[in-house]
Design a protein around this ligand. Structure first.
Ligand code: GDP
Ligand code: MN
Length: 381
């Protein structure tokens, strides 16, 4: 789950990282009330779950109420990265001398946590030289010591005045990342102010959804996070779904098979519209829910159902699919690959039920054939 800036700042603050005072506002009037309790100048910031807000005009400084009214009026209702701005965060502005970058994420290849520091942060970080980022791999069993953080910061070439403060932020950030079950914590920019203080001007926090069971407090965060509408529906239906950008809708039983299906679609020259794992028991209710979620994606031009019968037998699965097709009309042609335990019986059931799915249901024997057909059908639309 990607937190918005204001939520990310609140999350980091739980580990003692000091933030500027601020509050949310969803109207111009609210922003004026919020600003009454703050010191001028303030900074007004669009709250959307994507970066690049500064470049899009969604971050502005206001020195007085008139300027605040002007900026809030302009920012509310903007669309940034496809997200409508419904709320702004208003906080006491910082007088910035230098902007740095700090971030921590999991490096799967190295099987370690990765701490990154750069002396050149801010809105142009993507253009800056990747070699200018100092990196430190941290073994989860060792953790990040103040000494290690300090030498990383020195290696990155931060101003002497900023080094101790940045190392302190890093150690807290690391604790937040581990104890707070984040996949990514990033502060860009971490600013050194003219007065010599370190300030987190922005915060990006991605929480590891697999750890949600031990964080009941995340429910509150989730309630205000803007989910992809397809993902919201999938969550309501209890499905393991991730929205992607392609045109071939995918339904598979088992996460490994679903991943492999994405690869095969890719190998066949197409692109998957989603990842969807319906788990072991592909009964009619689950299949119907899966079709409903796939139908909610207007980009889907064909649907590839890839089922491998193991403990769940293909004849049961076939009955489920036939029943689901009777209940939910798919918005695109379906290509089905059914293999494993009782595959013959399963295919026979679907062949006899074919009129239910009409000519829009095609059965293929192999995964590659099925993917090729699905990609062809999608291209024809
Ligand atoms: P992003 O563009 O979505 O990453 O949004 P940021 O929160 O990083 O804001 C964009 C830029 O606005 C930052 O890189 C800073 O340069 C600037 N900015 C944000 N807050 C302040 C502030 O309090 N004072 C000053 N002077 N600049 C700020
Ligand atoms: Mn930023």
């Amino acid at each position: 789950m990607d937190l918005m800036e204001y939520q990310g700042k609140g999350y980091l603050a739980r580990w003692g990282i000091v933030m500027q005072p601020g509050a949310l506002a969803s109207t111009v009037e609210e922003s004026l009330i919020v600003a009454e309790d703050l010191d001028w100048p303030v900074v007004v910031k669009a709250q959307v779950p994507v970066g690049g807000r500064g470049k899009a005009g969604g971050v502005k400084l206001a020195g007085d109420p008139d300027e605040l009214i002007r900026h809030v009026t302009a920012i509310l209702g903007m669309t940034i990265g496809g997200h409508l701005v419904r709320r702004v965060w208003v906080e006491v502005a910082s007088e910035v001398a230098v902007e740095y970058y700090v971030g921590i994420t999991l490096d799967r290849t190295a099987k370690d946590h990765l701490v990154m520091v750069s002396a050149s942060g801010g809105v142009d970080i993507e253009q800056s030289d990747p070699a200018a980022i100092a990196r430190l791999h941290v073994d989860p069993l060792d953790g990040l010591s103040m000494e290690a953080a300090a030498s990383l910061v020195a290696e990155a070439g931060l101003a002497t005045d900023a080094q101790h403060g940045t190392a302190e932020v890093l150690v807290r950030l690391y604790r937040c990342y581990v104890e707070g079950d984040a996949e990514l914590v990033e502060v860009n920019p971490l600013a050194l102010t003219v007065g010599g203080q370190m300030r987190c001007l922005d915060a990006k926090v991605t929480l590891d959804d697999n750890a949600a069971f031990r964080h009941p407090e995340w429910d509150e965060l989730r309630a205000s996070v803007e989910l992809d509408p397809r993902e919201r529906l999938a969550r309501d239906r209890g499905l393991n779904y991730i929205g992607l950008d392609g045109t071939v809708g995918i339904i598979a039983n088992g996460a490994g098979l679903a991943m492999a299906t994405l690869d095969v679609v890719d190998a066949a020259g197409g692109a998957a519209a989603n990842f969807l794992d319906i788990g072991g028991g592909a009964n009619a209710a689950v299949m119907a829910a899966a079709l409903e979620v796939i139908n909610a994606d207007p980009k889907v031009a064909s649907i590839l159902v890839n089922i491998f019968g193991g403990i769940t037998r293909c004849d049961e699965v076939a009955n489920g699919i036939a029943q689901a097709l009777g209940n939910v009309a798919a918005r695109a042609p379906i290509v089905l690959r059914l293999d494993g335990t009782n595959a013959e019986e399963g295919r026979a059931i679907l062949a006899s039920r074919a009129p239910a799915g009409g000519s829009r249901l095609v059965v293929r024997d192999t995964m590659l054939d099925a993917a090729r057909t699905a990609v062809e059908l999608a291209a024809r639309r």
